[in-house]
Design a protein around this ligand. Sequence first.
Ligand code: SUG
Length: 443
Amino acid sequence: MKYYEINFDGLVGPSHNYAGLSLGNLASKNNANLTSTPKAAALQGLEKMRTLIKLGLKQGVLPPLARPNLTTLQQLGFNGDIEQMLKAAYEHEPALLASAYSASNMWVANAATVSASPDTQDNKVNFTPANLVSQFHRSIEAVQTQRNLKHIFNNTHFFHHHDPLPAHQHFADEGAANHTRLTPEYGKAGLSLFVYGQSIKEPENAPKKFPARQTLEACQAIARAHQLTAEQTVYIKQNPDVIDAGVFHNDVIAVGNLNVLFYHQDAFEDTKAVQTELNEKWAKISDKPLYFVEVPREQVSVSDAVKSYLFNTQLIALNDNEMALIAPTECQQTLAVHDYLTELVNLDNPIAKVVYQDVKQSMRNGGGPACLRLRVCLNEAELAAVNPNFVLDEAKIDALKVIVEQHYPETLDLASLANVDTYQQIQKANQALAEFFEINEEF
Ligand code: SUG
């Protein structure tokens, strides 16, 4: 049976704003309080989805979580009517209101870890929603994300849904952003690479400035729950220095797909050991070459990689022999990165093409093309079991564009979040999306 890697993109929600909420994410801090343009942000995301369809890939979509999250505000003791709640939260602490309003669920690379059915012992696609405990505004995503995933992948014959890991720093988990599948073919058992920032048992070996958002203990728990075999699982420690330089997820410094791992020389604590283990484990599953495409620091500094999001590119298969990178336009504008990419497509590896995509609105909050998508590997039968409302074609993209054009705010700043008119406009957009996706608005 044929297998596909399908990108499910997070649709940018109508409350997209810049609140500087993410410690360790340099773009989020640097652009705090900038005026956002939710309409432009969602349109940019939709155009990226269209690009993938035009390149011949199957494309899915995950709906934005309804915001503001009033349950969270109530839990924090903000009560009364809407107007009172919004005002009280804003006056007490604007960041709390911004957290309840955050559209951060658009970065669905952090929605869940997904294992493909050829890799799991129950031969089902396994999902574990990320608990996202490291950042308050993201920790409130897990409950709704799990509900959405169960609704979209709603067939127990094909899909196995696990609960998020316990909500504690010990098991801090940020989902697919720290998980990579290398495989000779989508339909064959592959290697699961779990990259972590720290082990709870080695606090001395953690980054000094910024939090490590993924623990080894979380990775191990997911591998156990998804019943991945030890021979096909590799745990890799991130270099703590790059976390302190703004690499808050592994997908800011590495990306892999099929038989290619594309990463920066400084990404991992011990690159040689990583290569050795991967080569050994790969040799047991395939005769095909495994490509390590390592970017030397002399050519691209960690700082340029973080600024341009060179590694937050989507590495996609165009056909059996060729792959392409979907890169943010910031890669074109960063000289060293552009020079590197021009050279890369002529080197001896399957990456044959770079497609530049404008996702600036998301980039300003530290989310590039790869943050905006959750990869799900599915065979034809599994794909047929997916709720079709979440599998896109260009006509559906056009219909979503109409909703965005009609209902999304042109601009938002933090003060406007406390305004009841803004609330009502966002509610209308939420309702239109709920109708389109046929989901309960409270989702
Ligand atoms: O968790 N930014 C997100 C960006 C997530 C990027 N995802 C991946 N690398 N996979 C984060 O830091 C900023 C929100 C704000 O500041 O308004 C934010 O949540």
